[in-house]
Design a protein around this ligand. Structure first.
Ligand code: SF4
Length: 488
């Protein structure tokens, strides 16, 4: 059990006047407080509804909408008095604030920092911040609190650029890494791309009509947002992703031979790392594996399929069914004179500026909250692709209109006959540009031997689904996710 109260840096009277803490703009905010099992029990004893904790073994709290329509509250927050109803028994996560525990960017060191989102800290950084941090570090080193954090690694958030680092916490890092088990767990780095590629080539899961997820770049690009790790289990390559909610497998074990033994080992590790949280799962299961996992007792559910097109169809855009896309391409060619070039490292700054403008355009169009979240998350993935495309075996094209970079796209070869379109960003004010760039990409791929174009899934976004359907896919590649049967 942690001590009931950590020393507080921000005076109570300041906190009471502040309108930032305990309120969140988004119902799925990653900053929602995390309650451990003991903390949930205590909060419920204080009258907080048990239904706001999705997992009573430890979970981030579910937020409640502000009745005035101004965002969301922590359910323990009393909006009439602007106070916490369980202040004396609030969770460690809240006691630490404005300090925060987080991973460093490569996700191999636990850090203590202070959050610049706290208005008090923004005003004038208190002189005693370092001494305060040292007091907190000393408490975190005490066995009971240390054990509490190690038992609940989700108390450690992902790296946030707006949290100023005060100290590294090597003892905590070591204890948490020690929980990962006897088989070495490795960060998934650029050096591991050939290893994963070789495992995919040996397996039967990577062929012309496979999911786009059966390629290293698809996962590696999210390394800035999630932490990817790999491990060898029973001769298979097992990829793990560590999200703020816990660990999951973005792919089943990759190898030859039966999957049940390596998968069972991998699941044991997920139980160990996540407890019985429903975050434990295997994603991107091909249809061949779904019945096998169902037979093994997993709960298998479908997720959004990949869209697979014939390259000849998309390169030609012939016939009535492509009339509207063809008209938009023609319009773009008629109205604009453009240059299409291979992406070069020197284009990075212009791509960054385009992505910023494109995000603003999308936001102005009024995105649903999931779409907005995807957009915010996408930035680090685009940065990874811009800076590491050749190492990831990803190729890109840029389009310039009157010298200004106004579109880019990146993709990779899944097999020698299937090209996957990974990213496409275009200036939305230029009518027909998106259709023109997509057709150019397909034409280039066709000339290089593509039979199929895989345009990934639609992330469940209705607008994206409509535009992907409008290109008449040759097939939708089924995709499944499997949850272990003993999920709570
Ligand atoms: S538990 Fe209390 S201090 Fe923590 S977010 Fe909820 S209302 Fe705020």
């Amino acid at each position: 059990m942690p001590p009931m109260t950590l020393p507080q840096l921000v005076p109570s009277r300041t906190c009471l006047q502040c309108d930032v803490c305990c309120r969140f703009p988004d119902p799925n905010s990653v900053l929602r407080p995390y309650f451990t099992e003991d903390e949930i029990t205590r909060a419920m004893a204080e009258g907080v509804e048990g239904t706001v904790f999705p997992n009573h073994r430890g979970s981030q709290v579910l937020l409640v909408p502000d009745p005035l329509g101004d965002g969301y509250f922590c359910p323990a927050f009393d909006a009439t008095t602007s106070t916490c109803r369980i202040y004396e028994r609030r969770p460690l996560d809240c006691q630490l604030y404005p300090l925060a525990l987080m991973w460093n960017q490569p996700h191999d060191q636990v850090l203590l920092g202070w959050d610049t989102k706290c208005p008090f800290m923004r005003g004038e950084i208190p002189g005693e911040i370092q001494r305060h941090a040292e007091r907190v570090i000393a408490l975190l080193d005490q066995p009971d609190l240390h054990g509490h954090v190690v038992a609940h690694p989700r108390l450690i958030g992902r790296f946030q650029e707006d949290v100023v680092v005060l100290a590294r916490l090597p003892r905590l890092t070591e204890s948490i890494a020690g929980q990962w088990g006897p088989t070495p767990l490795h960060r998934f780095t650029l050096e591991d791309i050939p290893r994963m590629t070789a495992a995919l080539e040996r397996s039967e899961w990577c062929h012309a009509q496979s999911l786009a997820a059966y390629a290293p770049a698809y996962h590696y690009m999210w390394n800035g947002l999630l932490a990817y790790w790999w491990m060898e289990l029973q001769g298979t390559f097992c990829l793990f992703a560590q999200s703020p909610d816990g660990w999951f497998m973005p792919l089943p074990p990759i190898g030859t031979g039966p999957i049940d033994a390596p998968l069972s080992d991998a699941m044991e590790l997920l139980y160990r790392w996540n407890g019985d949280s429903s975050v434990s799962r295997v994603e991107n299961l091909p249809s061949q594996l779904a019945p096998e996992l169902a037979r093994l007792g997993y709960r298998v559910t479908p997720k959004e399929p990949d869209y697979l097109y014939r390259a000849t169809d998309l390169a030609a855009l012939a016939g009535d069914r492509y009339k509207s896309q063809r008209a938009l391409c023609n319009r773009f060619e008629r109205e604009q004179s453009c240059e299409v070039d291979a992406y070069q490292a020197g284009d990075l700054r212009d791509c960054r500026a385009l992505l910023g403008g494109w995000s603003r355009q999308k936001q102005a169009e009024g995105l649903e909250s999931f779409g907005a979240m995807l957009l915010a998350d996408a930035r680090s993935a685009h940065e990874t692709i811009w800076s590491q495309a050749p190492d990831l075996r990803v190729t890109g094209k840029v389009v310039r209109v009157r010298g200004r970079l106004c579109a880019y796209t990146f993709g990779y070869w899944l097999t020698s006959t299937t090209f996957c379109v990974l990213l496409e960003v275009t200036d939305r004010t230029l009518s027909g540009l998106a259709q023109y760039l997509f057709r150019e990409t397909c034409r280039t791929a066709l000339a290089a031997g593509a039979e199929y174009i895989n345009a990934m899934d639609d992330a469940g976004l209705p607008g994206l689904r409509r535009s992907k359907q409008a290109y008449h896919p040759a097939m939708l590649i089924p995709n499944f996710v499997a949850f272990p049967a003993r999920e709570s």
